[in-house]
Structure formats: C-alpha cells, structure tokens
Design a protein around this ligand. Structure first.
Ligand code: NDP
Length: 253
C-alpha cells in the first residue's frame, strides 16, 4: 500500500534537479499536485515526463503575488494541499558568489531573497490552503554545516532554514503541521554543473566522489526518497528537525 496515495503536493522548483526527483518519488507513491519553476516551457516538459496528475505553474518564488497564485490555483484544481516542498533556490543568476571584497548589496540580497526570504513567505502564502496535519519540507543544504570558498552567503541562508523549520514547527503546532529541513549534500543536478567551468565539471564531480564516504555523488532520487518519508505518517514524530542526505560527507573533518 502506497504511503502517500491521494495526497496533493506543491513542489517549488519541481521542474529540475532535486525538485523533479522529489516529484518523481512522490508520483510513485500516488501523489499528484503542482510543480513550479519560472519557465512555462521547461515546466510543460517536466509535467509531460511525470505523466498525468501533475500540473506546472510558472512562478517566481521571490514574488508574493506569484506565490499566492500557486497555492490558490492548486487548491482550486485539487481541493486540498497535504504536502509542501520548499525547494526552489540555489545560485543566483547562474553564477557562484564572489569573494567578500567583491560582493555587492544586490548580490547579497539576491541570495537571501531566493534562499531564505522566499522560503518563509512560501510557507506563509501556503498556510490558508494547507490541510491541518500537513507536512512541510524545507530543502536546506549540507553547506550550512561545512564552510566552502565562495559559499558564505548561500550557506548562511541555508543555515537559517534549519532555524526556520524549528520556529515554524512551534508556530504551527496547533494545526499539527510539521515542518522539517531536508538537507542534501552534493547532488548531481544542473545547478551543480553551473558552479564550475564546463570543461572542469567531470573532474570536479570525480573529486567530490572521492571525498564522499559512500564514494558517489547523490542523485535527486536520494532526496526524493527522504522526502517521501518526511511527507508520510512514518515520520509523524519528527518535528522541526533536520535530516541530512549527504553520503556521510558532513561527518568527516
Ligand atoms: P536546479 O537548478 O536543478 O533547480 C533549481 C530549481 O529552482 C529550478 O526548478 C528553478 O526553476 C527553481 N528556481 C530557481 N530560482 C527560482 C526563482 N526565483 N523562482 C522560482 N523558481 C526558482 O537546482 P537543484 O535541484 O540542485 O537545487 C534545488 C534545491 O536544492 C535548492 O534549494 C538548492 O539550494 C538545494 N541544494 C542543492 C544541492 C546540490 O548539490 N545540487 C546541494 C544542497 C542543496 P527555473 O530556473 O526554471 O525557474
């Protein structure tokens, strides 16, 4: 018996990488719902790949009106929302961050808006439409636990996600809505490829593979499987905490 049969989910950034992996894992468990991204064309392609049951809504998660539209439309189409995955995020404008001397205020705000502010307001805008007892999964990052050159602001925003999940869990206790952070390690996605020059991608992936204790990079399906657990009643005693899915990387010094 499927753990999530007939549940309705919204997955932000569900048209690519980790978000798409979560949508695929949900789909296998009988979930339907909405995936979002900014580009309707790529969304349509992803919806087609997922097969029936999913819909794609183009929305920028840094825009309040877009967020409101996503949840209102999903509720109108499906009649309820059981699971919210706050996944959209990552690098801004396709480039990794500059060193501290070169970071502009706009650059800083861009990272915080996409990776922290949007997460808070995605939850806020979803609340009127979420079922009591819903599961909210915030996608964090193992970067919150390990310093890396050029990742300072991104890592700080993702560290704040862990705190957000704790606070929101208390805020939403009365409605029995659980909020947890699911933090991926190095996952093979289009975003990962954008972090390094094209000709170095394979070399960098091999270097990561050698560093990760289980000797492989993660796949979006790894995060999808953990998200299924957090969305299901199997995790009903897991509240306001963080699950790391990183192949053991965070544990090595
Ligand atoms: P991808 O680039 O593959 O996917 C990112 C998704 O977010 C896309 O669907 C993109 O949609 C969406 N997105 C980005 N900016 C916006 C925006 N302003 N409004 C709406 N949607 C937006 O990245 P990943 O799958 O790798 O990353 C997904 C999440 O996982 C991110 O939060 C990232 O920080 C986190 N993560 C990733 C790791 C990795 O190793 N890959 C490691 C740890 C955490 P579109 O561009 O079409 O609008």
């Amino acid at each position: 018996m499927s753990k999530l049969k007939n549940k309705i989910a919204v997955i932000t950034g569900g048209n690519s990488g980790i978000g798409f992996g979560i949508a695929e894992a949900f789909k296998k468990e009988g979930v339907t719902g909405t995936i979002t991204g900014r580009n309707q064309e790529t969304l349509d392609r992803s919806v087609k790949e997922l097969g029936s049951g999913f819909t794609g809504i183009a929305a920028d998660v840094t825009k309040m009106a877009d967020l409101e539209r996503v949840f209102k439309s999903t509720f109108e189409k499906f009649g309820k929302i059981d699971t919210l995955v706050v996944n959209a995020g990552g690098v801004v404008d396709g480039s990794p961050m500059a060193s501290i001397t070169d970071v502009t205020e706009d650059n800083y705000d861009g990272y915080m808006d996409l990776n922290l502010k949007s997460a808070y307001f995605t939850v806020q805008k979803a609340l009127p439409y979420l079922n009591d007892g819903a599961s909210i999964i915030l996608i964090g990052s193992s970067a919150a636990h390990r310093a890396a050159p050029g990742m300072t602001i991104y890592a700080a925003a993702k560290a704040a996600i862990i705190s957000l999940a704790k606070g929101l869990s208390l805020d939403l206790l009365e409605r029995k809505i659980r909020v947890n952070t699911l933090s991926p390690g190095s996952i093979d996605t289009p975003a990962f490829d954008k972090l390094v020059p094209h000709e170095l991608v394979e070399q960098v992936k091999q270097a990561w593979t050698d560093l990760i204790p289980v000797n492989r990079m993660g796949h979006p399906a790894d995060i999808g499987n953990a998200a299924v657990f957090l969305a299901s009643d199997d995790s009903s005693f897991i509240v306001g905490t963080e699950i790391l899915s990183d192949g053991g990387m965070t544990n090595i010094s």
